[in-house]
Design a protein around this ligand. Structure first.
Ligand code: ADP
Ligand code: MG
Ligand code: MG
Length: 251
């Protein structure tokens, strides 16, 4: 089934148009990679989908599981099963990682009209999912992201994703120089959590990440538009030849 369908999406910030008409459909069971040079609008796209207020959507539609995504608050988007990797990167002093997730899951259940998970089941889930990213007990009980190293934050991000069991995960792997361990953690999480009823969009300008995650589709975003779509071989071609040939072809 279809998870998300973006049509003709345009968005601006401070009066400057950044997204100039994005069309993208992601179906269940698929992994998509969005690549593209710096400044293309990759992070803007994820911010718009997350519902960040600074961005103004000026045209287009986003259907997410039969709902108008753009009509939902950021919290509602999360409760509807949309996970953004940068959604919870902030440090939250005084709130343990585990309690934070307990609250997030309880809020989601409430929104969905479901019962809150029993403590026993919650702990079982924590055990299972933390093993996936080898997150140790110390990090589980420390305040959210407080004093975490870059790698620990990344591990925690994938742990959060695993715990929340999203329908659509959008991972914006910013230009912050992920080391090889972090790449492996992200990739292992994405690969392990892939199911027939969910989907992942990985945004990266590193081809390296795609050595570990095999995407079904690769899209190149440039100047606010998707200028090319291909399979995993497109990523290899970009690694070899860069983006210039595509940009020339597009012009
Ligand atoms: P990418 O993630 O592909 O590197 P971004 O979405 O971060 O690209 O940025 C796309 C364009 O939007 C860039 O030209 C950037 O300068 C501009 N931009 C991003 N955020 C802001 C902002 N807060 N104010 C003004 N311009 C912005
Ligand atoms: Mg950038
Ligand atoms: Mg970016």
């Amino acid at each position: 089934g279809q998870i998300i369908k973006i049509e003709g999406l345009k968005a601006e910030i401070e009066g400057k148009e950044i997204l100039k008409g994005i069309d993208l459909t992601v179906n269940a069971g698929e992994i998509h990679a969005i690549m593209g040079p710096n400044g293309s609008g990759k992070s803007t796209l994820s911010s718009v989908l997350a519902g960040r207020e600074e961005y103004e959507v000026t045209a287009g539609t986003v259907d997410y599981l039969g709902k108008d995504l753009l009509d939902l608050d950021p919290e509602e988007r999360a409760w509807e099963g949309l996970f953004m990797a940068f959604q919870y990167p902030v440090e939250i002093p005084g709130v343990s990682n585990i309690n934070f997730l307990k609250t997030a899951l309880a809020e989601k259940a409430k929104y969905q009209g479901k019962e809150t998970m029993a403590a026993k089941d919650f702990l079982k889930l924590v055990k299972e999912k933390s093993a996936l990213v080898e997150l140790n007990d110390k990090l589980k009980n420390r305040s959210v992201n407080e004093g975490f190293s870059g790698g620990e934050k990344k591990r925690n991000e994938i742990f959060q994703m695993a715990m929340l069991e999203p329908k659509l995960s959008i991972l914006d792997e910013t230009d912050s120089g992920l080391d090889i361990d972090a790449l492996r953690i992200v990739a292992n999480g994405v690969n392990t959590l892939k199911k027939d009823d969910n989907a992942t969009v990985v945004i990266t300008h590193y081809q390296r990440l795609l050595d570990y995650i095999v995407p079904d589709f690769v899209h190149v975003l440039y100047d606010g538009r998707i200028i090319k779509t291909g399979d995993k071989n497109l990523a290899l071609e970009l690694e070899e030849k860069g983006y210039d040939w595509l940009i020339k072809e597009h012009a």
